[in-house]
Design a protein around this ligand. Structure first.
Ligand code: NCD
Ligand code: ZN
Ligand code: ZN
Length: 350
Protein backbone atom coordinates (compact mmCIF):
# COMPACT_ATOMS: atom_id res chain seq x y z
CA UNK A 1 0.00 0.00 0.00
CA UNK A 2 1.28 3.48 -0.76
CA UNK A 3 2.26 5.67 2.16
CA UNK A 4 -0.71 7.66 3.46
CA UNK A 5 1.15 9.91 5.86
CA UNK A 6 4.63 11.26 5.82
CA UNK A 7 6.20 12.61 9.00
CA UNK A 8 9.56 14.31 8.74
CA UNK A 9 11.61 16.69 10.82
CA UNK A 10 10.52 20.27 10.28
CA UNK A 11 12.33 21.43 7.12
CA UNK A 12 14.16 24.66 6.30
CA UNK A 13 14.21 26.60 3.05
CA UNK A 14 17.80 27.35 2.10
CA UNK A 15 16.89 29.86 -0.65
CA UNK A 16 13.84 32.11 -0.54
CA UNK A 17 12.82 35.61 -1.61
CA UNK A 18 10.61 37.31 0.96
CA UNK A 19 10.80 40.80 -0.63
CA UNK A 20 9.81 43.82 1.45
CA UNK A 21 6.81 46.00 2.28
CA UNK A 22 3.37 44.73 1.29
CA UNK A 23 4.70 41.64 -0.51
CA UNK A 24 6.75 40.63 2.52
CA UNK A 25 3.71 41.13 4.73
CA UNK A 26 1.66 38.72 2.68
CA UNK A 27 4.17 36.00 1.78
CA UNK A 28 6.16 35.53 5.00
CA UNK A 29 3.45 33.47 6.72
CA UNK A 30 3.51 30.92 3.90
CA UNK A 31 7.21 30.27 4.41
CA UNK A 32 6.86 30.27 8.22
CA UNK A 33 4.03 27.75 8.02
CA UNK A 34 6.18 25.05 6.44
CA UNK A 35 9.73 25.98 7.36
CA UNK A 36 11.47 26.65 10.68
CA UNK A 37 14.27 28.66 9.11
CA UNK A 38 15.05 30.17 5.74
CA UNK A 39 18.04 31.68 4.03
CA UNK A 40 16.60 35.02 2.92
CA UNK A 41 17.87 36.45 -0.35
CA UNK A 42 19.20 40.03 -0.28
CA UNK A 43 18.14 41.19 -3.77
CA UNK A 44 15.88 44.01 -2.60
CA UNK A 45 15.97 47.45 -4.21
CA UNK A 46 18.33 48.74 -2.97
CA UNK A 47 20.12 45.48 -2.16
CA UNK A 48 21.06 44.38 1.36
CA UNK A 49 24.81 44.97 1.22
CA UNK A 50 25.71 45.64 4.85
CA UNK A 51 25.26 43.82 8.15
CA UNK A 52 23.35 46.84 9.43
CA UNK A 53 20.88 46.57 6.55
CA UNK A 54 20.55 42.82 7.09
CA UNK A 55 19.76 43.34 10.78
CA UNK A 56 17.13 45.95 9.88
CA UNK A 57 15.63 43.70 7.19
CA UNK A 58 15.49 40.85 9.67
CA UNK A 59 13.45 42.96 12.08
CA UNK A 60 11.06 43.98 9.29
CA UNK A 61 10.54 40.27 8.59
CA UNK A 62 9.88 39.51 12.24
CA UNK A 63 7.46 42.47 12.54
CA UNK A 64 5.61 41.39 9.41
CA UNK A 65 5.15 37.94 10.89
CA UNK A 66 4.12 39.26 14.31
CA UNK A 67 1.57 41.58 12.69
CA UNK A 68 -0.22 38.53 11.32
CA UNK A 69 -0.48 36.79 14.69
CA UNK A 70 1.31 33.94 13.00
CA UNK A 71 1.43 30.91 15.30
CA UNK A 72 4.73 29.74 13.81
CA UNK A 73 8.22 30.10 15.18
CA UNK A 74 10.37 31.20 12.30
CA UNK A 75 14.01 32.23 12.11
CA UNK A 76 15.19 34.18 9.08
CA UNK A 77 18.85 33.55 8.27
CA UNK A 78 20.10 36.68 6.57
CA UNK A 79 22.48 37.13 3.65
CA UNK A 80 24.54 39.97 2.23
CA UNK A 81 24.53 40.96 -1.42
CA UNK A 82 28.08 40.97 -2.73
CA UNK A 83 29.10 43.93 -4.87
CA UNK A 84 32.37 44.95 -6.52
CA UNK A 85 32.86 47.29 -3.55
CA UNK A 86 32.07 45.07 -0.56
CA UNK A 87 34.94 45.68 1.88
CA UNK A 88 36.58 42.66 3.50
CA UNK A 89 35.90 44.27 6.89
CA UNK A 90 32.16 43.75 6.31
CA UNK A 91 32.67 40.00 6.48
CA UNK A 92 33.99 40.06 10.03
CA UNK A 93 31.05 42.24 11.05
CA UNK A 94 28.63 39.92 9.32
CA UNK A 95 30.02 36.85 11.02
CA UNK A 96 30.10 38.52 14.43
CA UNK A 97 26.46 39.60 14.09
CA UNK A 98 25.20 36.02 14.32
CA UNK A 99 22.41 37.23 12.02
CA UNK A 100 24.15 36.95 8.65
CA UNK A 101 24.75 33.37 7.54
CA UNK A 102 26.00 33.75 3.99
CA UNK A 103 26.99 36.12 1.21
CA UNK A 104 25.25 36.03 -2.16
CA UNK A 105 26.92 36.39 -5.53
CA UNK A 106 24.75 37.72 -8.32
CA UNK A 107 26.72 38.13 -11.53
CA UNK A 108 25.70 41.65 -12.63
CA UNK A 109 22.65 41.42 -14.87
CA UNK A 110 22.06 37.67 -14.39
CA UNK A 111 18.62 37.83 -12.79
CA UNK A 112 15.97 39.90 -10.96
CA UNK A 113 17.55 42.89 -9.12
CA UNK A 114 21.11 41.94 -9.93
CA UNK A 115 22.25 45.24 -11.47
CA UNK A 116 24.39 46.03 -8.44
CA UNK A 117 25.99 42.58 -8.59
CA UNK A 118 29.54 41.56 -9.24
CA UNK A 119 31.12 42.28 -12.62
CA UNK A 120 34.30 40.23 -12.15
CA UNK A 121 34.47 38.06 -9.04
CA UNK A 122 38.11 37.12 -9.01
CA UNK A 123 39.23 40.59 -10.05
CA UNK A 124 37.37 42.54 -7.34
CA UNK A 125 36.40 39.91 -4.80
CA UNK A 126 39.74 38.45 -3.70
CA UNK A 127 40.00 40.06 -0.26
CA UNK A 128 36.32 39.47 0.53
CA UNK A 129 36.50 35.81 -0.50
CA UNK A 130 39.63 35.39 1.58
CA UNK A 131 37.78 36.81 4.60
CA UNK A 132 34.78 34.59 3.96
CA UNK A 133 36.98 31.54 3.75
CA UNK A 134 38.68 32.54 7.00
CA UNK A 135 35.43 33.27 8.86
CA UNK A 136 33.62 30.30 7.35
CA UNK A 137 30.85 32.34 5.83
CA UNK A 138 29.47 30.47 2.80
CA UNK A 139 29.28 32.01 -0.66
CA UNK A 140 25.93 31.39 -2.37
CA UNK A 141 26.09 31.72 -6.12
CA UNK A 142 23.57 32.40 -8.83
CA UNK A 143 25.60 30.28 -11.20
CA UNK A 144 25.02 31.70 -14.67
CA UNK A 145 27.36 33.65 -16.88
CA UNK A 146 25.91 36.83 -18.33
CA UNK A 147 27.90 36.84 -21.56
CA UNK A 148 25.29 37.60 -24.24
CA UNK A 149 27.15 35.30 -26.64
CA UNK A 150 26.34 32.30 -24.46
CA UNK A 151 23.00 30.65 -25.14
CA UNK A 152 20.58 31.09 -22.24
CA UNK A 153 20.26 27.32 -21.88
CA UNK A 154 24.06 26.94 -21.55
CA UNK A 155 24.76 29.69 -19.05
CA UNK A 156 24.94 27.43 -16.01
CA UNK A 157 27.27 24.87 -17.58
CA UNK A 158 29.58 27.63 -18.86
CA UNK A 159 29.60 29.21 -15.38
CA UNK A 160 31.20 26.07 -14.00
CA UNK A 161 34.19 26.39 -16.31
CA UNK A 162 34.55 30.14 -16.29
CA UNK A 163 33.83 30.97 -12.63
CA UNK A 164 33.33 27.97 -10.37
CA UNK A 165 36.53 26.09 -11.20
CA UNK A 166 38.89 29.08 -10.94
CA UNK A 167 37.09 30.32 -7.81
CA UNK A 168 37.45 26.98 -6.05
CA UNK A 169 41.05 26.57 -7.17
CA UNK A 170 41.87 29.88 -5.55
CA UNK A 171 39.74 29.37 -2.41
CA UNK A 172 39.53 25.61 -1.90
CA UNK A 173 38.29 25.85 1.69
CA UNK A 174 35.54 28.38 0.95
CA UNK A 175 32.08 26.93 1.47
CA UNK A 176 30.12 27.38 -1.74
CA UNK A 177 26.46 26.70 -2.46
CA UNK A 178 25.63 26.45 -6.14
CA UNK A 179 22.08 27.81 -5.86
CA UNK A 180 19.09 26.48 -7.77
CA UNK A 181 21.02 24.12 -10.05
CA UNK A 182 19.19 23.24 -13.22
CA UNK A 183 21.51 21.01 -15.24
CA UNK A 184 23.16 17.62 -15.29
CA UNK A 185 26.48 19.47 -15.49
CA UNK A 186 25.65 21.35 -12.28
CA UNK A 187 24.56 18.20 -10.46
CA UNK A 188 27.62 16.23 -11.62
CA UNK A 189 29.95 19.02 -10.62
CA UNK A 190 28.52 19.28 -7.11
CA UNK A 191 28.35 15.53 -6.65
CA UNK A 192 32.05 15.03 -7.43
CA UNK A 193 33.85 18.28 -6.57
CA UNK A 194 36.43 18.24 -3.83
CA UNK A 195 35.87 20.41 -0.77
CA UNK A 196 32.86 22.05 0.86
CA UNK A 197 30.45 22.42 -2.07
CA UNK A 198 26.68 21.95 -2.04
CA UNK A 199 23.63 22.86 -4.10
CA UNK A 200 20.01 23.82 -3.62
CA UNK A 201 17.32 22.52 -5.96
CA UNK A 202 13.91 24.11 -6.56
CA UNK A 203 10.61 22.27 -6.89
CA UNK A 204 10.06 23.55 -10.43
CA UNK A 205 13.34 22.14 -11.67
CA UNK A 206 12.48 18.74 -10.18
CA UNK A 207 8.94 18.67 -11.58
CA UNK A 208 9.09 20.35 -14.97
CA UNK A 209 11.23 20.53 -18.05
CA UNK A 210 11.30 23.37 -20.55
CA UNK A 211 8.22 22.10 -22.36
CA UNK A 212 6.23 23.55 -19.45
CA UNK A 213 7.11 27.03 -20.70
CA UNK A 214 5.26 26.44 -23.95
CA UNK A 215 2.47 24.04 -22.96
CA UNK A 216 -0.49 25.13 -25.10
CA UNK A 217 0.91 28.66 -25.39
CA UNK A 218 3.42 30.93 -23.66
CA UNK A 219 3.33 30.28 -19.90
CA UNK A 220 4.99 33.12 -17.96
CA UNK A 221 4.35 31.54 -14.56
CA UNK A 222 6.83 28.80 -15.39
CA UNK A 223 9.50 31.34 -16.24
CA UNK A 224 12.29 31.60 -13.71
CA UNK A 225 16.05 31.89 -13.83
CA UNK A 226 17.95 29.78 -14.41
CA UNK A 227 15.37 28.77 -16.99
CA UNK A 228 13.84 25.26 -17.03
CA UNK A 229 15.97 22.85 -19.05
CA UNK A 230 15.54 19.63 -21.05
CA UNK A 231 14.16 16.42 -19.54
CA UNK A 232 17.62 14.85 -19.27
CA UNK A 233 18.58 17.63 -16.86
CA UNK A 234 15.41 17.26 -14.81
CA UNK A 235 16.16 13.56 -14.46
CA UNK A 236 19.70 14.30 -13.30
CA UNK A 237 18.43 16.76 -10.69
CA UNK A 238 15.89 14.26 -9.39
CA UNK A 239 18.61 11.62 -9.12
CA UNK A 240 20.87 14.04 -7.22
CA UNK A 241 18.13 15.28 -4.86
CA UNK A 242 17.04 11.75 -3.97
CA UNK A 243 20.59 10.32 -3.80
CA UNK A 244 22.57 9.53 -0.66
CA UNK A 245 24.73 12.59 -1.15
CA UNK A 246 24.36 15.14 1.66
CA UNK A 247 25.37 17.92 -0.73
CA UNK A 248 21.90 18.55 -2.14
CA UNK A 249 19.24 20.31 -0.15
CA UNK A 250 15.96 22.14 -0.37
CA UNK A 251 15.88 25.72 -1.62
CA UNK A 252 12.55 26.71 -3.11
CA UNK A 253 13.73 29.95 -4.74
CA UNK A 254 10.14 31.02 -4.15
CA UNK A 255 10.22 34.40 -5.89
CA UNK A 256 6.96 36.33 -5.70
CA UNK A 257 6.08 38.82 -8.44
CA UNK A 258 2.55 40.21 -8.70
CA UNK A 259 0.50 38.84 -11.58
CA UNK A 260 0.84 41.95 -13.76
CA UNK A 261 4.62 41.83 -13.51
CA UNK A 262 4.63 38.26 -14.83
CA UNK A 263 2.01 38.67 -17.53
CA UNK A 264 3.48 41.47 -19.63
CA UNK A 265 5.67 42.05 -22.66
CA UNK A 266 8.85 41.78 -20.60
CA UNK A 267 7.79 39.75 -17.62
CA UNK A 268 9.75 39.05 -14.44
CA UNK A 269 11.55 35.79 -13.74
CA UNK A 270 10.48 33.83 -10.68
CA UNK A 271 8.01 31.14 -9.55
CA UNK A 272 5.99 31.42 -6.35
CA UNK A 273 6.09 28.19 -4.37
CA UNK A 274 6.11 29.13 -0.68
CA UNK A 275 2.39 28.36 -0.51
CA UNK A 276 2.80 24.66 -1.38
CA UNK A 277 6.53 23.95 -1.31
CA UNK A 278 6.58 20.66 0.58
CA UNK A 279 3.67 19.28 -1.40
CA UNK A 280 5.58 20.03 -4.61
CA UNK A 281 8.75 18.36 -3.35
CA UNK A 282 6.87 15.33 -2.02
CA UNK A 283 5.22 14.91 -5.42
CA UNK A 284 8.61 15.03 -7.14
CA UNK A 285 10.24 12.57 -4.73
CA UNK A 286 7.33 10.16 -4.94
CA UNK A 287 7.49 10.20 -8.75
CA UNK A 288 10.75 8.25 -8.48
CA UNK A 289 9.72 6.17 -5.46
CA UNK A 290 12.05 8.07 -3.13
CA UNK A 291 9.78 9.63 -0.51
CA UNK A 292 12.08 8.12 2.09
CA UNK A 293 14.82 10.53 0.92
CA UNK A 294 12.74 13.67 1.42
CA UNK A 295 13.68 14.18 5.06
CA UNK A 296 17.42 14.22 4.39
CA UNK A 297 16.99 16.66 1.50
CA UNK A 298 14.50 18.94 3.25
CA UNK A 299 15.54 18.79 6.88
CA UNK A 300 19.02 17.33 7.46
CA UNK A 301 21.49 18.12 4.69
CA UNK A 302 21.07 21.91 4.81
CA UNK A 303 21.67 22.32 8.55
CA UNK A 304 24.67 19.98 8.34
CA UNK A 305 26.26 22.11 5.61
CA UNK A 306 25.60 25.38 7.45
CA UNK A 307 26.84 23.95 10.76
CA UNK A 308 23.44 24.16 12.45
CA UNK A 309 21.38 21.59 14.29
CA UNK A 310 18.40 20.10 12.50
CA UNK A 311 15.04 21.22 13.87
CA UNK A 312 13.64 19.24 16.77
CA UNK A 313 9.97 19.42 15.77
CA UNK A 314 8.28 17.37 13.06
CA UNK A 315 5.71 18.08 10.36
CA UNK A 316 3.23 15.82 8.64
CA UNK A 317 2.01 15.52 5.08
CA UNK A 318 -0.99 13.40 4.19
CA UNK A 319 -2.05 11.84 0.94
CA UNK A 320 -4.98 14.06 0.04
CA UNK A 321 -5.41 16.23 -3.03
CA UNK A 322 -4.28 19.81 -2.79
CA UNK A 323 -5.98 22.05 -5.35
CA UNK A 324 -3.56 24.86 -6.18
CA UNK A 325 -5.53 28.10 -6.51
CA UNK A 326 -5.50 30.02 -9.80
CA UNK A 327 -4.24 33.03 -7.88
CA UNK A 328 -3.59 34.07 -4.30
CA UNK A 329 -4.93 37.41 -3.07
CA UNK A 330 -1.70 38.90 -1.75
CA UNK A 331 0.03 42.24 -1.51
CA UNK A 332 -3.18 44.10 -2.40
CA UNK A 333 -2.85 42.32 -5.67
CA UNK A 334 -2.62 38.77 -6.94
CA UNK A 335 0.25 36.30 -7.03
CA UNK A 336 -0.07 33.25 -9.23
CA UNK A 337 1.44 30.20 -7.53
CA UNK A 338 3.51 27.61 -9.38
CA UNK A 339 1.27 25.10 -11.19
CA UNK A 340 -1.82 27.23 -10.53
CA UNK A 341 -5.07 25.39 -11.20
CA UNK A 342 -3.42 21.97 -10.95
CA UNK A 343 -3.73 19.44 -8.18
CA UNK A 344 -1.06 17.73 -6.07
CA UNK A 345 -1.44 14.34 -4.35
CA UNK A 346 0.03 15.51 -1.02
CA UNK A 347 -1.14 18.05 1.50
CA UNK A 348 0.83 19.69 4.28
CA UNK A 349 -0.99 19.18 7.57
CA UNK A 350 1.29 20.97 10.00
N1 NCD B 1 14.81 32.86 -9.64
C1 NCD B 1 14.22 33.84 -10.28
O1 NCD B 1 13.75 33.64 -11.40
N2 NCD B 1 14.08 35.07 -9.74
C2 NCD B 1 14.62 35.52 -8.48
C3 NCD B 1 16.08 35.80 -8.55
C4 NCD B 1 16.96 34.58 -8.57
O2 NCD B 1 16.95 33.76 -7.65
O3 NCD B 1 17.74 34.42 -9.52
C5 NCD B 1 13.86 36.77 -8.07
O4 NCD B 1 14.34 37.49 -7.18
O5 NCD B 1 12.77 37.03 -8.60
ZN1 ZN C 1 19.20 33.19 -8.65
ZN1 ZN D 1 16.46 33.12 -5.96
Amino acid sequence: MATEQLRIRRPDDWHVHLRDGSVLASVVAHTARQFARAIVMPNLTPPVTTTEQAVAYRSRIMSALAAQDSPYTFTPLMTLYLTDNTPASEIEKAKASGVVHAVKLYPAGATTNSDAGVTDLLKYGGAVLEAMQKHELPLLVHGEVTDPDVDVFDREAVFIDRVMLPLRRQFPELKVVFEHITTKEGADYVMHAEGPVAATITPQHLLYNRNALFQGGLRPHWYCLPILKREVHRQALLAAATSDSPRFFLGTDSAPHVKGQKEKDCGCAGCYSAFHALELYATAFESVGKLDRLEAFASLNGPAFYGLEPNAEHVTLERAPLAIPQALALANDQIVPLAAGESLPWRFVG
